[in-house]
Write a protein that binds this ligand. Structure first.
Ligand code: AP5
Ligand code: ZN
Length: 211
């Protein structure tokens, strides 16, 4: 299955992507994680995108489109994938279509701006593998240590309250129009703002997969 996860920053795309990826044995492709790794490794792409990401702005479409075409051509994507964080603009969605990259479904994870603020302030992200936790709703077994790889957990730069406000503004302007874009293609499914487990269960029902 080829699917897109849509939703505001902090709506839970990364969290749900991890659950779906395990269940369906398909890779998650997170543009946010790819870009953060590029910054950490000091690659030319990383140097180009650092300032955009730290301020909560979108990275230019052509950078994202180049990364995605390369990543989706890799062999592990043949059996399907979950796109987490891409497309984020109509131009990116059209570029996927123009490249013949079709998706079966776009799942919108709904969340109010208020619950997003609470989620992002409490989020902790693994410096090594990118896994995310929440101090209250999804804590690691040992404080500030990643369950998966033992890496250190930090608060992302762009999870500071002022930057979150800006990211939400950008989301409503640039990304929200994608909901109508995929609705018009009869590919949109929406799931309500709920607990992590309930949201996952609703996604599996929506996809017709036994939980
Ligand atoms: P990216 O990394 O994609 O960030 P984002 O979309 O802002 O999404 P987040 O990772 O913040 O949130 P999420 O929805 O994955 O939530 P999560 O599961 O972590 O992008 C970062 C930046 O990169 C962008 O600002 C931009 O600069 C650039 N970029 C990336 N892609 C781009 C593109 N295509 N084009 C241009 N620029 C691009 O959950 C959040 C927290 O809540 C966690 O702590 C989690 O444990 C908790 N939680 C999750 N679900 C629930 C729940 N149901 N109930 C309670 N708590 C929950
Ligand atoms: Zn980790």
């Amino acid at each position: 299955m080829k699917m897109i996860l849509l939703g505001a920053p902090g709506a839970g795309k990364g969290t749900q992507a991890e659950i779906i990826s395990k269940k369906l044995s398909i890779p998650t492709i997170s543009t946010g994680n790819i870009l953060r790794a590029a910054i950490k490794n000091g690659t030319p792409v990383g140097l180009k995108v650092k300032a955009y990401m730290e301020s909560g702005a979108l990275v230019p479409d052509e950078v994202i489109i180049g990364i995605m075409k390369e990543r989706l051509a890799e062999p592990d994507c043949l059996g399907g994938y979950i796109l987490d964080g891409m497309p984020r603009t109509i131009a990116q969605a059209e570029a996927l279509e123009d490249a013949g990259i079709d998706v079966d479904v776009a799942i919108e994870i709904q969340a109010s701006d208020d619950s997003i603020a609470a989620r992002l302030t409490g989020r902790r992200t693994c410096l090594t593998c990118g896994a995310t936790y929440h101090v209250e709703t999804n804590p690691p077994k040992k404080e500030n240590v990643c369950d998966k790889c033992g890496g250190a957990l930090i608060r992302r730069h762009d999870d500071e309250p002022e930057t979150v406000k800006h990211r939400l503004k950008v989301y409503h302007k640039e990304t929200e129009p994608l909901i109508d874009f995929y609705r018009s293609r009869e590919k949109l499914r929406s799931v309500a703002d709920n607990s992590i487990e309930e949201t996952a269960a609703e996604i599996f029902v929506t996809l017709g997969i036994k939980n």
